[in-house]
Design a protein around this ligand. Sequence first.
Ligand SMILES: Nc1ncnc2c1ncn2[C@@H]1O[C@H](COP(=O)(O)OP(=O)(O)OP(=O)(O)O)[C@@H](O)[C@H]1O
Ligand SMILES: [Mg+2]
Length: 249
Amino acid sequence: LHKTVAKQHEQNKDLKLQVCQLQALANIGITTTMIAHEINNLLTPVGNYAALAMMHSDDSALQKKALEKTVKNCTNATQIMKSMLALASGEAREKKLTPLRELIDGIFASLCRDFAKDSIQVELDIDDEICIWAVPVEIQQVFMNIILNARDAMLESGGRLSINAWQQESEIYVEIADTGCGMNPEVAADIFEPFFTTKKDGKIKGADGGSGLGLAFCKRVVDNYSGSISVESEPGKGSSFHISLPCSH
Ligand SMILES: Nc1ncnc2c1ncn2[C@@H]1O[C@H](COP(=O)(O)OP(=O)(O)OP(=O)(O)O)[C@@H](O)[C@H]1O
Ligand SMILES: [Mg+2]
């Protein structure tokens, strides 16, 4: 009996090791797909802008704008790749105090299609003084994912996207609210899980099939900053994402 117990103890140890190794592999897999997801977010507008510039080859202002966006988004794509790899391996990336307003304006500047074209009105209420202590491109991608989801949720019939931010002690609170399709409590409970998506069936007009990685990416980054992210939503009325982040180190 003693021998059997010892053998099973050894087997148990081996199995635990295997589970750890598999978890590490799964982590690499998720990190890689998240990198691909964010690069796709950044490359899609670049491709659209380039196509637009080619169609209007005599419009030099448009050509210049397309080139500027290409350079900016490609730089961000390289940065986000480095960031995600560093995050997965536990390495520290250089953080700096960045004005939130600048990050949000950068997102709208990097997207190709104007929200007004889809009857979406954008309202920003962010004081110029509000700053976040972060790797800028990481937080920018977090907000970009939430903004892109809000746009998908309002593609059907337009609406309003409002972004508010305020500071309370050493935390910055950001609320990103839309008046789109909203979600039921069962969906809301799963949205931060990797690969959870309701966009597979192409039900959302104009939205590409989703991969379910946008909000999982947001959660991973926000958790890494010891911040928090949550959602309140009502079907047919809209959704409101709440994020808290540190404003100093
Ligand atoms: N603003 C929103 N309004 C309604 N539903 C939302 C909103 N944001 C997220 N969701 C729900 O959460 C799900 C997960 O979002 P997530 O961004 O992680 O993936 P996705 O948008 O489906 O695909 P992608 O990987 O392209 O971002 C969505 O499929 C949708 O059901
Ligand atoms: Mg998404």
